[in-house]
Design a protein around this ligand. Structure first.
Ligand SMILES: [Zn+2]
Ligand SMILES: [Zn+2]
Length: 371
């Protein structure tokens, strides 16, 4: 790929087409596809993808649906996705070309992409919560994403400076990082000594523990099935940990821990963990449901009134939150993990998704371009 580098104005692709590693939900394959390289206009920016994180949700995207328990399956076709699409929503890249109206980005800038775009016109979008838009246009979901050698970004405002950060780690802030951060924003402010529980100490849960600690919280309980995850949670800043099993309930947890959390963030959010959260939560508390593992929660409605609790869902985060998180990362307060690396190719995407699906790998995988 060679571009005429015409300073800050739109540039013209001269050679090879855009290569993407496209998922086909019908047969779950990932194939290399060539298409025309877009030329940015207006406020658009064309990135050369250098790093592209692999998210657990891409496994569901490759399958073409999410599990909704007794309500069946949520097909991605109903969410505005075609039968084939370019996934990849944790993208760091280099600015390769800019539209004529771009003022704050120049060719060569290394940037992190905020992918959770909305319609830009509804109340949620106007209020800065594009991730809560009813007509999403997320990059790597509805719009072509980072499993490609180039990504067209609709507006320069979705690009964040990451100077001083490891680009592979910075890529993960766009989904797993901001997912933790936004969920934490929903339970805070709380007094630093108020008990807060994190259910599920995998990659996203661990980053929540670390961010809570960085924000000065002093009473963080981590719960997981896996003792290795709990050891990592202690390292990240958990003040108490508890290993649960498939039989655990709020009653059994209550026998081991005498604290009732004021806030619970459930990064698993299956039938068991959601029930634990509801029964364990203190009066007036908030439970934030994040995980997409599927399941259902049956609760006595009168208990919602009597316990005066809030049940809130949280999905990724907004652009302002990603800016705050990047600043927190630059301040050095969040422990920096080193993601597993892979190659940004059809094989690389497939191998990473297979490894995640079969639980052969823990932590994040970030694919890197060899160009
Ligand atoms: Zn993700
Ligand atoms: Zn909108």
């Amino acid at each position: 790929m060679v571009f005429l580098r015409d300073m800050n104005h739109a540039t013209t692709p001269k050679e090879s087409p855009l290569r993407s590693f496209t998922a086909f939900a019908a047969d779950r394959t990932i194939r290399e596809i060539d298409s025309e390289t877009p030329v940015p206009t207006g406020k658009e920016v064309l990135l050369r993808t250098t790093h592209s994180g692999v998210c657990h949700s891409d496994i569901h995207a490759r399958d073409g649906y999410f599990d909704l328990g007794s309500r069946g399956k949520l097909s991605l076709a109903s969410r505005g996705m075609g039968e084939s699409f370019v996934m990849g929503h944790e993208v760091v890249g280099e600015v390769l070309a800019v539209g004529a109206e771009v003022t704050d980005r120049k060719i060569g800038d290394r940037v992190l992409l905020y992918p959770w775009l909305g319609c830009t016109e509804c109340v949620q979008c106007v209020n800065g919560a594009e991730n809560a838009c009813g007509a999403p246009r997320s990059i790597g979901i509805q719009l072509p994403g980072g499993y490609a050698d180039h990504v067209l970004v609709p507006h320069e405002k979705y690009l964040l400076d990451i100077e001083g950060l490891d680009p592979a780690w910075a890529a993960t802030l766009a989904c797993s990082g901001v997912t933790s951060f936004s969920a934490i924003n929903k339970i805070l402010p709380l007094p630093p000594e108020a008990p807060v529980a994190i259910i599920g100490a995998g990659g996203v849960g661990l980053s929540a523990v670390a961010i809570l600690k960085a924000l000065g919280h002093k009473n963080i309980i981590a719960i997981d099935l896996n003792p290795a995850n709990l050891a990592l949670a202690t390292d990240a800043g958990a003040t108490q940990t508890l290993q649960i099993d498939a039989e655990s309930s709020a009653a059994t947890i209550g026998k081991s821990l005498n604290a009732r959390p004021a806030g619970i963030i459930d990064f698993v959010n299956n039938s068991q963990t959601a029930a634990i959260g509801f029964d364990w939560l203190n009066k007036g508390g908030i439970m934030v449901q994040v995980g997409l593992f599927g399941g259902e929660l049956v609760i006595p409605t009168a208990m919602i009134s009597m316990k005066m609790i809030t049940i809130q869902g949280s999905f990724v985060g907004n652009l302002g939150e990603l800016h705050q998180l990047v600043e927190l990362a630059k301040s050095g307060q969040i422990p920096r993990s080193t993601p597993h690396s892979g190659s940004l190719s059809a094989d690389g995407v497939r191998d990473a998704l297979d490894a995640l699906e079969n639980r052969l790998i823990s932590g994040r995988v970030v694919l890197e371009s060899s160009n």
